[in-house]
Design a protein around this ligand. Structure first.
Ligand code: SAH
Length: 360
C-alpha cells in the first residue's frame, strides 16, 4: 500500500467501503495470527514520572497527583493473579520513574520468571541502555515504547525531555530490538497537531521499524495538562482541515491499516479506545485487526492514581467482573482465549532467523 492509498482509507467515510476495510483487516488477522485473543494482565506499578509530556496526566508537574510505587510483594500478588486467571503475560507499566532501582526491578522480573510461566512485558518509558540490557538479562521478554508521533517537530513540542539532544523514540526502538526484546510501539491517534500526512508517515514507520507489537489509542484530553487545556478550550474549532480526529472510528481505521501493513504483529485493543467507546470499543477493535486484549490487574486502590487521562475504563472493576466481561466478549466474537505467552509471528520468525544464523 502506498502513501495515497493509506491516505484514501484514512479519509474514507462511506460505510459500505469501510466495511471492506474491516473485512480485509479481519481476514488478514485470521490468516496471520489466528482466532486466539491473547489476554495480557496489566500491572501499573508506579506513577512516579520525571517527564513532562504535554498530553499525559502523570507528568511531573502535576503536583496534585499523589504518587505510588507498588512493593515487590504487591507486584508478585498481581502476577500470581494473572496465572490464576489463565493469562500468559503480564505487562508492567510505569511512568518514567526516576526512583526505579535497576536491581530492584531486575529481581522482580527474575522472580516472576522463576515462579510463574508468565512472559514479562515492560513499558517504563525511555530508560538507559544499561537498564534495558539488565532487565532483558533478568528475563523481561518484551518492551513497549510508543513513539506517539513520527512528526519530529511536534514530538519536541509535546515531549520536552529536559535532556540535551535526547533522541526521538523512533531512533531508540532499533536498539531495544537489538537487545533481543520483542519490541512494541504505537501512536496517539488524533493528538493535537497531528496532520493526515504525519499519520500516514506513522503507519509507514510501523513497517520500517519491523515492530512485533503495535498499540494505538485515541488521544483523550486531560484537563490538567497543556494539550488537554488547549483541546478543551471553549470555542475550539473541531477536527477540520489538517488536524486528524481523536475518534474511535479513526482509531479503528489506524488499527485495520496497521494489520494490513504489518500482518504478523500483535495488535491490542487499547484501554483508551474502550474509554471513548465503552459499549463496543473492544469488540469492534478485535473485529477490525486486533488480537490482544488488556485486562487491568493493578490493585484497585492505585488504579485511579495511574491517571494518564481521566475516566479510564475499568478503574473500579473487580477481578470477577473482568473475567465475566472477557468471557462475554469472547463468546460474542466467537473467538477463544489465547494460551501461553502468545509471542507475535513477526518476532518468532526473527528469532528463528537469528538462531539459524548462529548455528551456521
Ligand atoms: N511512561 C511510559 C509508559 C506509560 S504511558 C511511556 O511514556 O512510554 C503509556 C501510554 O499512554 C503512552 O505511550 C501514551 O501513548 C498514552 N497516553 C498518555 N497520555 C494519554 C492521553 N491523554 N490520552 C490517551 N493516551 C495517552
Amino acid at each position: 500500500m502506498n502513501k495515497s492509498e493509506i491516505l484514501a482509507w484514512l479519509l474514507e467515510e462511506d460505510p459500505g467501503r469501510l466495511e471492506r476495510l474491516w473485512s480485509l483487516a479481519d481476514n488478514t488477522r485470521r490468516t496471520h495470527v489466528g482466532d486466539a485473543v491473547h489476554i495480557r494482565g496489566l500491572i501499573e506499578f508506579s506513577n512516579h514520572c520525571r517527564s513532562r509530556c504535554h498530553y499525559c496526566g502523570m507528568r511531573s508537574e502535576r503536583k496534585a497527583l499523589s504518587r505510588y510505587r507498588m512493593t515487590r510483594e504487591e507486584i508478585l500478588v498481581s502476577a500470581r493473579g494473572a496465572v490464576a486467571r489463565g493469562y500468559g503475560t503480564v505487562v508492567m507499566q510505569s511512568g518514567e520513574d526516576p526512583g526505579l532501582d535497576v536491581e530492584w526491578l531486575a529481581d522482580v522480573i527474575e522472580t516472576i520468571r522463576r515462579e510463574t510461566p508468565l512472559a514479562v512485558t515492560l513499558s517504563c518509558g525511555e530508560r538507559s541502555e544499561y537498564e534495558l540490557a539488565r532487565w532483558h538479562k533478568a528475563g523481561a521478554d518484551r518492551y513497549y515504547l510508543r513513539f506517539e508521533t513520527s512528526d519530529r517537530i511536534l514530538w519536541k513540542e509535546i515531549h520536552p525531555s529536559g535532556r540535551k539532544n535526547a533522541p526521538h523514540r523512533l531512533d531508540i526502538l532499533p536498539g531495544i530490538r537489538d537487545l533481543g526484546y520483542e519490541t512494541g510501539s504505537g501512536i496517539l491517534v488524533g493528538i493535537p497537531g497531528q496532520t493526515w500526512s504525519s499519520l500516514v508517515e506513522d503507519l509507514q514507520s510501523f513497517r520500517r521499524l519491523d515492530l512485533d507489537m503495535i498499540g494505538c489509542g485515541p488521544f483523550v484530553p486531560h484537563e490538567d495538562t497543556p494539550l488537554g487545556r488547549k483541546y478543551l478550550k471553549p470555542g475550539r474549532a473541531g477536527s477540520k482541515g489538517e488536524q486528524t480526529p481523536n475518534t474511535d472510528l479513526m482509531t479503528y481505521k489506524v488499527m485495520a491499516l496497521t494489520r494490513l501493513l504489518c500482518p504478523d504483529v500483535n495488535i491490542p485493543t487499547t484501554t483508551a479506545l474502550a474509554t471513548i467507546n465503552r459499549e463496543t470499543g473492544h469488540l469492534l477493535g478485535l473485529r477490525r485487526g486486533a488480537n490482544v486484549l488488556m485486562v487491568n490487574l493493578t490493585p484497585i486502590q492505585y488504579r485511579s492514581l495511574y491517571e494518564i487521562y481521566p475516566a479510564k475504563e475499568g478503574i473500579r472493576e473487580s477481578a470477577e467482573e473482568q473475567l465475566d466481561r472477557v468471557s462475554v466478549l469472547l463468546a460474542e466474537l466467537g473467538r477463544t482465549a489465547g494460551e501461553g505467552p502468545g509471542a507475535s509471528p513477526n518476532y518468532e520468525s526473527r528469532r528463528r532467523a537469528m538462531t539459524s544464523q548462529i548455528a551456521r
